[in-house]
Design a binder for this molecule. Structure first.
Ligand code: 5GP
Length: 217
């Protein structure tokens, strides 16, 4: 259904002018526009939390946060689920675990994917696992991670992805819960980085050419 793709941001969406929002002064030259304001991210996350509760409520789950980019989304999603648990008769006992992946240099996906913290995933055996990832681009990272997690024989695996890119070359992989489907542009902020910069930006923004040059390795 349409809801599976989340909020679809069209190809010609120009974003909002930067000066309509506040953001860290040190990035004033490095951004093109505010693509998804922080408040909209939070509102969408609140709804994803409800969908997750509807599907998984009364089960025990292990939330597997994919670092580093996924930390903010994971923290906010878990917070939203906690609020729902406090204010309804449903419960969703959660554990939170972390895994670290790295595949990007500058704004290009590299072939090699490093998984750190993957050794001790035996705790996932027989559990309901919710993988929380900030962005799915070609889907290669998620496919590798899913193969890896499946090897530990969890009872169930669901994936929540805040952003999914419309990439023709992609694997067509769609997470179970999607925040936004976005055009093929490189975005930063809300814990998404460019060579470790921009994690301290609350909105999701498009980086400017100047920003790309400035923080290039
Ligand atoms: P995939 O394997 O799906 O092509 O790549 C997924 C990974 O690439 C994500 O986990 C993320 O680290 C990185 N990535 C892909 N697109 C973007 C983007 O627009 N901005 C940032 N900051 N990282 C991205």
């Amino acid at each position: 259904t349409d809801a599976d793709k989340g909020i679809v941001i069209p190809d010609d969406w120009p974003g909002y002018p930067l000066d309509l929002f506040s953001f860290p002064e040190h990035y004033s030259e490095d951004l093109e526009c505010v693509y998804i304001p922080h408040g909209v991210i939070m509102d969408r996350t609140e709804r994803l939390a409800r969908n997750i509760m509807d599907d998984l409520g009364d089960h025990d789950i292990v939330v597997l946060c994919v670092l580093k980019g996924g930390y903010q989304f994971c923290a906010d999603l878990v917070d939203c689920i906690k609020v729902l648990c406090r204010n309804s008769n449903k419960t969703l006992p959660m554990r939170v675990d972390f895994i670290r992946l790295k595949s990007y240099l500058n704004d290009q996906s590299t072939q090699v994917l490093h998984i750190e913290g993957a050794e001790n995933l035996s705790a996932l055996s027989g559990k309901n696992v919710l993988i929380v990832e900030a962005i799915v681009d070609t889907g290669k990272t998620m496919k590798t991670l899913l193969d890896h997690v499946e090897a530990f024989r969890p009872k169930m695996i669901k994936v929540a992805g805040l952003l999914v890119k419309q990439v023709p070359s992609g694997t067509g992989y769609l997470p179970d819960y999607v925040g936004f489907e976005i055009p093929n542009r490189f975005v930063v902020g809300y814990a998404l980085d460019y060579n470790e910069y921009f994690r301290d930006l609350n909105h999701i923004c498009v980086i400017s050419d100047r920003g790309k040059q400035k923080y290039k390795i």
